[in-house]
Design a protein around this ligand. Structure first.
Ligand code: AHR
Length: 641
């Protein structure tokens, strides 16, 4: 093969932060994922409004040992720990003659994961009405009750909330651990914020991130971190109110709910149907971005709920508050420690400002006019106070269509800095749309490709993404930022696939798309140069090994093109010499009827206009292809590797 490049020719400058990651708490990516907390429902705030299967005791089992007895209930009353952390665990203890009574937490996935020799910080907020105090026993054990770590005892004293802490050292490796907190004596013991946190977090940060997951993200060398969503930012309503908890529930993601001491943070219903603790909040997102050398890129709700909900607020005061909150967010990130919100950042442990330069308003907005009216309000308030901040607008949920067109018109007319585009499509779409941005207006708004993925986690999806990303890079003067989505998936709690990195309670693994992203992110160039790819023509028969090519020079039909190999995928192209043709793909794995079905399903359109490859037969990893030339096809390529 020959790749011809002209290094002197002018090409697009590529932004240093061209490729980044998009973190959203979907697929249990935060609690039970990137956030290292090992206790599930630590603050007893799981409510049926979050998910109908929840009770305050979700993940907890009341129990006694050595004859211990009592009752365990969750309560939201005036004795609460904090206005925003309302529900606590009430233990009525009946152990006058000995014994221990309390609760056991099942952790995430198969259980609490511990590693022999590692240290774990336990903490709990507690108060007791027992005059002599209440002894507390803390143990980590397996499902049979056999110890996994050194035990801990404390005595709770006084009927006001205090924090009790201690460290446990694991004696054995396990991913089926349980945490039990039990008390002796009689009286009422109240508990809240029961936490078990590994000391080994990413970069050793307190209230930090799970090491293996954060390290996998860091290894990508992301140029930016987009957070916290996604549809998550809008949640279910803008200002839902739940009378039973006397607290707004299901409301949009509001950054002020997520900062300050963890025991004072709200919890909320997650758009994806579960409870989110906000233990991983805005401070932690900024800190993580800094720790991985990436530009932080927050998304704030525009008060026009996208993601299929299509409601715009008519509440002017609410809109004003959100605009002010956004200004406060910029102060939280960039303001001096002497400012109100910069001061909070300093108190949380980061006196130096974070370098926030970009902020996005809204996500996948379906109501173009309503969204844009709000967007302009946000933008003028931000630009008046922070003229250098890039304010990112929206293009709706699709890669094309009326909403997309309308939003792009509005964005262009208003001279918007940058527009967020999202699309999840077949590999065929990605292969066919390599040239999408060639025709974009060079003087118009820049593109932030905030979410994209080819719709499966197979090898050929990743190849299609890599192919597509060469088109992004060629247009790097227009496309300034791009991120695959979603980033993380807990294998036992999947709302969306494909995903870049998968995990359970103690293991994680990247997909082939992860390897593609890593390849691109670790090798961001300074600028593109024009290039041309030419390939030799080889006979169609007897293709073996890594790659084979054929033209249609001598025949309109080829039967029995043999392809053999041990693993990988098969690609067809009509225009391989330019590297610009339409591609289709099959993966030679599993039952061939299924493979053929997938092939037909995902790539029929691309294939029909180009090359028809039918009657794919195979034994193990030997393929026999029959290919028929259709109008416009120049040749075909079969890649196997
Ligand atoms: O990435 C998953 C979801 O896809 C995001 O929340 C949303 O923006 C898009 O529809």
């Amino acid at each position: 093969y020959t790749i011809t490049v002209d290094p002197r020719a002018a090409g697009a400058d590529i932004s240093d932060s061209m490729y980044g990651v998009f973190f959203e708490d979907i697929n249990f990516a935060a609690d039970g994922g990137l956030y290292a907390e090992l206790v599930r429902n630590r603050s007893f705030e799981f409510l049926p409004i979050d998910n109908q299967s929840y009770t305050g005791l979700t993940a907890w089992t009341p129990n006694g040992v050595d004859g211990g007895a009592g009752t365990a209930t969750t309560v939201d009353d005036a004795a609460r720990l904090h206005e925003r952390n309302r529900t606590y665990l009430n233990l009525a203890l009946s152990n006058p003659d000995g014994g221990w009574y309390g609760v056991t937490n099942a952790g995430w996935n198969t259980g609490v994961a511990v590693q022999a020799g590692d240290r774990y910080d336990f903490s709990v907020w507690a108060r007791t009405d027992a005059a002599a105090g209440t002894p507390l026993s803390v143990t980590v054990h397996d499902a049979q009750g056999d110890p996994l770590a050194t035990p801990l005892t404390r005595v709770v004293r006084g009927d006001t909330w205090s924090r009790y802490t201690g460290t446990l050292t694991a004696r054995r490796d396990s991913d089926v651990g349980r945490l039990s907190v039990r008390a002796a004596g009689t009286g009422t013991l109240r508990l809240d914020m029961v936490s078990l946190f590994p000391q080994k977090t990413f970069k050793g940060r307190a209230n930090g991130l799970r090491k293996d997951l954060a390290e996998k993200i860091a290894a990508l060398k992301p140029g930016f971190v987009r957070f916290p969503g996604g549809c998550l930012v809008n949640t279910n309503s803008m200002y839902g109110y739940d009378a039973s908890s006397n607290w707004e529930r299901s409301r949009s993601y509001q950054w002020k709910d997520t900062v300050g001491p963890v025991e004072q943070r709200a919890t909320n219903r997650n758009f994806w149907g579960y409870n989110q603790s906000y233990g991983l909040g805005y401070f932690e997102y900024f800190q993580f971005s800094e720790d991985v050398g990436a530009m932080p890129l927050p998304v704030v709700p525009a008060l026009v709920t996208g993601c299929g909900q299509n409601r715009a607020t008519a509440d002017e005061a609410l809109l004003q508050r959100h605009i002010q909150d956004t200004l406060d967010l910029i102060e939280f990130a960039n303001g001096p420690a002497s400012s109100t919100w910069g001061g909070l950042r300093a108190r949380m442990g980061h006196p130096k400002p974070y370098a926030l330069t970009h902020i996005a308003i809204g996500n996948e907005e379906n109501l173009p006019n309503e969204f844009f009216a709000n967007f302009l309000r946000f933008r003028s308030a931000i630009k008046a106070r922070y003229p250098d901040i890039t304010v990112i607008s929206n293009s709706g949920p699709d890669d094309t269509g009326a909403t997309f067109d309308r939003l792009w018109t509005l964005n262009r007319e208003a001279g918007v800095d940058m527009v967020d585009e999202h699309y999840y499509n077949t590999p065929g779409w990605f292969l066919q749309n390599n040239h999408r941005y060639d025709s974009y207006d060079r003087n118009g708004p820049k593109v932030f490709l905030g979410e994209f993925a080819s719709q499966d986690n197979k090898f050929f999806n990743s190849l299609a993404e890599a192919h597509y990303m060469t088109g992004l890079e060629r247009n790097a003067d227009v496309v300034r930022l791009a991120a695959y989505a979603p980033l993380l998936a807990n294998i036992d709690h999947v709302q969306w696939r494909p995903d870049l990195i998968w995990f359970d309670s103690d293991e994680s693994w990247g997909t082939t798309s992860y390897q593609v992203q890593k390849l691109f992110m670790n090798n961001v160039g300074d600028r593109t140069v024009p290039s041309r790819f030419t390939a030799p023509v080889v006979p169609p028969r007897g293709i073996t090994g890594a790659v084979g090519l054929s033209t249609w020079a001598t025949a309109a039909r080829y039967d029995d093109v043999k392809v053999t190999g041990t693993d990988g995928g098969v690609l067809f192209s009509d225009d391989f010499a330019n590297g610009a043709g339409q591609w289709s793909a099959v993966e030679p794995r599993g039952a061939w009827s299924v493979v053929d079905g997938q092939y037909q399903q995902s790539d029929t359109a691309a294939l029909d206009t180009l090359v028809r490859a039918g009657n794919i037969t195979a034994t193990d990893y030997d393929l026999t292809l029959k290919a028929t030339k259709l109008d416009g096809a120049e040749g075909f390529l079969v890649a196997f590797g």
